[in-house]
Write a protein that binds this ligand. Structure first.
Ligand SMILES: [Zn+2]
Length: 203
């Protein structure tokens, strides 16, 4: 059982969006303090939530091989928890990297709206550098090579182009960028897929 308390648990916020992972140890602390509930599925794939007591009772009724044992109780390892309060976990700033700009813009040229392979996309300064444009979340967008060439050293409207969306700093680290040292659970997939499509950019 060594290490079981260090296994990762997927953390959902109050809106059931995947925002982070934490250790089983931390998940139990949040559960015990009433700051989070365990998310599980029933036989019909409906989601159930449990507070500490109901999770303990559920564990007793539905034991599985991997359990955490204390003197008084054997309890199942949570795989997903949902926070009952906002912002119980420290926010991580999204790093301003080429990769994360591609993630934010979802490999979509922000001028023509088409999706490209990354090697076919440039990072474009909306306000050109030689006119004082800075290399920031708010001034860098993905652009395909034809749009980039058309735009040249001009502002979008000067080149007859229009941004499909105002570039902003994403609020959350795009979840798909978190690399997991250990393989994660099938039960996470639904929430990770949702997270990919629903990352709130620039909220
Ligand atoms: Zn384009």
């Amino acid at each position: 059982m060594e290490g079981i308390l260090d296994q990762p648990v997927l953390v959902l916020n109050r809106l059931w969006q995947a925002v982070n992972t934490c250790s089983v140890r931390r998940a139990f602390a949040l559960l015990y303090q009433g700051h989070a509930q365990v998310v599980s599925t029933d036989d019909s794939n409906n989601y159930l939530t449990h507070d500490f007591t109901s999770w303990r009772d559920f564990s007793r009724a539905n034991p599985e091989p991997e359990m955490v044992h204390t003197i008084s109780v054997s309890i199942r390892v949570p795989r997903i928890i949902v926070l009952l309060l906002f912002e119980r976990l420290p926010k991580k700033e999204v790093k301003f990297t080429r990769h994360n700009v591609f993630e934010r813009d979802r490999n979509t040229c922000q001028y023509c709206g088409r999706i490209f392979e990354r090697q076919e996309l440039n990072l474009d300064h909306v306000l050109p550098r030689d006119r004082g444009g800075q290399t920031t979340w708010e001034n860098i967008v993905c652009s395909c090579i034809p749009c980039n060439t058309k735009k040249g050293n001009r502002l979008p409207h000067e080149a007859g182009l229009q941004l499909i969306r105002k570039p902003r700093r994403p609020k959350w680290r795009p979840f798909v960028n978190i690399s997991f040292s250990r393989s994660h659970h099938d039960s996470w997939k639904h929430f990770l897929d949702l997270a990919y499509w629903n990352v709130e950019l620039g909220q």
